[in-house]
Write a protein that binds this ligand. Structure first.
Ligand code: TYD
Length: 135
């Protein structure tokens, strides 16, 4: 499976009606893991690059619930960019995949669902080290 096939673009159902939109995400159903952690990033802008890491253990789903951002995804060999611009879409990022989030709109709220509790030790933040590990 190539990188793009591994990092699935997820389209969530919109259960909205005339009262507004509703998107539901259930662990192991609409995304491929049980959710252990949720965090969100806002107040970033187009000058900022976040992420810049890969994770030994964690899987993630990234969703812009408001505004837009981009995520550059690489495995050290292939690379592609996903624009997150709809609350009903997300991108799945498996273990040991490098990601950079950037180009945040001023109203961007980037929701991240994670398969693990936080453990700083499982983060690989040095790209050279990452390249050695994936070789
Ligand atoms: P960081 O990993 O740099 O954020 P991002 O990947 O979005 O750029 O995290 C910033 C700080 O927050 C860092 O000190 C670690 C801490 N942090 C936690 O304590 N728990 C978490 O779940 C996350 C994502 C970060």
């Amino acid at each position: 499976m190539n990188l793009k096939e591994k990092c699935t673009i997820l389209e969530f159902n919109d259960l909205g009606d005339e009262r507004g939109k509703l998107v539901v995400i259930e662990g192991n159903e609409s995304i491929p893991f049980e959710i252990k952690r949720v965090f969100y990033i806002y107040g970033s802008d187009e000058t900022v690059v976040r992420g810049k890491h890969a994770n030994r253990e964690s899987e993630f789903v990234l969703i812009n619930v408001a505004g837009t951002s981009k995520v550059r995804i690489t495995d050290g060999k292939d690379e592609f960019v996903v624009e997150l611009n709809k609350p009903m879409m997300g991108v799945y990022i498996p273990k040991m995949v490098w990601k950079d989030m950037y180009d945040f709109s001023s109203d961007s709220v980037l929701l991240v669902l994670a398969s693990t509790h936080y453990d700083g030790k499982e983060y690989i933040r040095d790209y050279k080290e990452y390249l050695k590990l994936v070789k």
